[in-house]
Design a protein around this ligand. Sequence first.
Ligand code: FEO
Length: 172
Amino acid sequence: MVSEKVQKKLNEQIQKEFYSAYLYLSMEAYLASRNLNGFANFFRVQAQEERDHAMMFFNYVNKVGGKVELGQIDAPKGDFESLEEVFKMALEHEQFVTKSIYSIVDLAQEEKDHKTNAFVQWFVNEQAEEEETAEYNLRRLQLVGTDGRGILMLDTELAQRVYTPPAGVQQV
Ligand code: FEO
């Protein structure tokens, strides 16, 4: 059993993870509309991972006998000015999610809820990776600027990304 406060935070996180999936799907659609299918593929895989994250929180709340409460998911931004805007926004969004995960850790520790604290540590590591990847992508994109050949090279590279379910966690 988790406290009401922890349960509320976990439910809010389910919502944030689904919103992340929604945001990345919106980015995928924008990139596909510009014929950048490799970039689009990157965000398709990213959106799938976010759905996994949402379901991991969902499963956890159920497992500890809590009550899942699903909130409203806002519409994400639908149009973007440039590739750079997409990647900047993706990085900022991951930084926002990291803060949110840290606040769950803080609350779990404050309440001496070791189980939730242990559960959420996976996400602490995951966020470090997500931010690293987002920063890496942004830096590479800034390196090529608006050079068409450079962009197509990155597009080919990002087309290689394959979805793999999170290691060590229940497949959802
Ligand atoms: Fe589930 Fe990218 O945060």
